[in-house]
Design a binder for this molecule. Structure first.
Ligand SMILES: [Zn+2]
Length: 73
């Protein structure tokens, strides 16, 4: 008598209108596409996406580019 549906109370946000979570790199200041921001070359790796032999740049997450805020802050 204790066979309650244990999976019917999970608050799964299946229909949440939230924007797709973009994988922001540590160097990103905003999500790509955000008004007032722009993509620029990562200053840490110079756009190569690597800081050393085979090491992925942690600042841009290996993309070589980061999204930063432009204009006055
Ligand atoms: Zn980088």
């Amino acid at each position: 008598m204790s066979t309650e549906a244990s999976f019917s109370s999970l608050p799964e946000p299946t229909s949440a209108p939230a924007a797709p979570a973009a994988p922001l790199a540590p160097g990103d200041q905003a999500t790509p596409g955000t008004p007032g921001t722009g993509e620029t070359v990562c200053p840490e790796c110079g756009g190569s996406g690597r800081i050393s032999e085979g090491s992925c740049c942690p600042n841009c997450d290996g993309t070589g580019r980061i999204t930063v805020g432009i204009g006055g802050a």
